[in-house]
Ligand binder design. Structure first.
Ligand code: FES
Length: 138
């Protein structure tokens, strides 16, 4: 059994999109994070769910937009490499998404980062917003 809190099954991470979850940082602040698929081993990466340009969520509750292995910021369109977190275009050029250490074992993703504690599935507003549409499916 791997160490660390289980975040999700690998199969729960969509090929195009993201799996949203909430962690607590070292200052006991809640932070949103995302799991995304990546072409390089172990096939999944975890990033904080914030653009490096402005305080903008990348996954607004319905998964990130992705194209050609890059995460697209919904506000100004900068694209971040899903594997490295690096951005070389638009307003966020020259920045890298803050990463969260994970490990993959037994078909699941586990949090392995001393700076974060796993809190729950989903985002920070998921259970107190009557206007949330994140659980709608089409
Ligand atoms: S807020 Fe993401 S590129 Fe501007």
């Amino acid at each position: 059994m791997p160490e660390g809190e289980r975040i999700a099954a690998v199969d729960d991470v969509p090929e195009l999109g993201s799996h949203l979850f909430t962690v607590e940082d070292a200052f006991t602040n809640e932070r949103e994070a995302i799991l995304v698929t990546c072409d390089e081993a172990p096939g999944v990466r975890a990033w904080l769910n914030n653009c490096t340009h402005e305080a903008q969520r990348l996954d607004r509750g319905d998964g990130v937009a992705m194209r050609n292995g890059e995460i697209i910021c919904p506000k100004h369109g900068s694209m971040f490499d899903a594997c490295s977190g690096e951005c070389n275009n638009g307003n966020a050029a020259g920045t890298t998404l803050p990463s969260i250490e994970i490990t993959v074992a037994d078909g699941a993703v586990f949090l392995r980062d001393d700076n974060y504690e796993y809190l729950r599935d989903g985002g920070m507003d998921d259970d107190d917003g009557p206007d949330s549409t994140s659980h709608l499916s089409f």
